[in-house]
Design a protein around this ligand. Structure first.
Ligand code: CO
Length: 232
């Protein structure tokens, strides 16, 4: 069986399973979609948006790209956002990053791959913005984890600053933008404690989320010092 034949066989089995559980499932879905969430995540095959939160088809609108970046000139992402907010009236937008992200690592290490370097330049901007904070972590793996988190926080702000989200808030449409991060090694999502629900909450939420990461740095450094002292 070829790779595509395998996929088609898996698809037939899946569709049959869904119909066995609910004979009207596909008929109902074909008539309309009313997803509650917009997910903006990384393209990484190990972070399958709908699956890892246990949702069914029809329950989440999804946009994925390398390193879950939201750029104001990216018509692809903006079109998804526009449809989600204006047509589907989605109330919760989630930017989800993940630890062990290859895109974040490439940006961090300044690897040169070609075209994608231009895309990852946006992650490097986040890196440079938070260089002082990141430098407080002695271990590179901690710096990488923190950059994965900070990148999500920056993209949450970018979503919140789009004309689409700003205009929704202006007309009184309820809309919250959240930041989450996924751990590949245990399959768990973690809330990055940022939830922007209006232009007024933007700065305060951003500063709170970044301060939380800075506080984590102090705790980590203290922990390391304490743990190495007895060995001296
Ligand atoms: Co990734």
């Amino acid at each position: 069986m070829s790779a595509i034949e395998q996929l088609l066989a898996k698809n037939r089995a899946w569709a049959a399973e869904m119909v066995a559980a609910d004979p009207t499932f596909f008929q109902q879905l074909s008539e309309q979609q009313t997803p509650a969430y917009l997910w903006i995540g990384c393209s990484d095959s190990r972070v399958p948006a709908t699956q890892l939160v246990g949702l069914l088809p029809g329950e989440m609108f999804v946009h994925r790209n390398v390193a879950n970046v939201v750029v104001h000139t990216d018509l692809n992402c903006l079109s998804v956002l526009h449809y989600a907010v204006d047509a589907l009236k989605i109330r919760d937008i989630i930017v989800c990053g993940h630890y062990g992200c290859g895109g974040i690592k490439a940006a961090f290490k300044n690897y040169k791959f070609g075209l994608i370097d231009n895309w990852l330049r946006h992650v490097q901007d986040a890196h440079h913005k938070h260089a002082a904070l990141l430098a407080t972590y002695p271990a590179e793996e901690d710096q990488l984890d923190r950059l994965c988190e900070l990148n999500v926080i920056e993209q949450v702000v970018n979503v919140s600053q789009t004309t689409i989200v700003q205009q929704a808030w202006e007309r009184g449409q309820p809309l919250a933008v959240h930041g989450l991060i996924y751990r590949l090694t245990n399959g768990l999502l973690q809330d990055l404690s940022i939830c922007i629900t209006s232009p007024e909450t933007l700065n305060e939420q951003y500063e709170h989320a970044v301060a939380r990461i800075a506080a984590l740095s102090a705790a980590t450094s203290n922990g390391r010092r304490q743990s190495i002292q007895p060995a001296g």
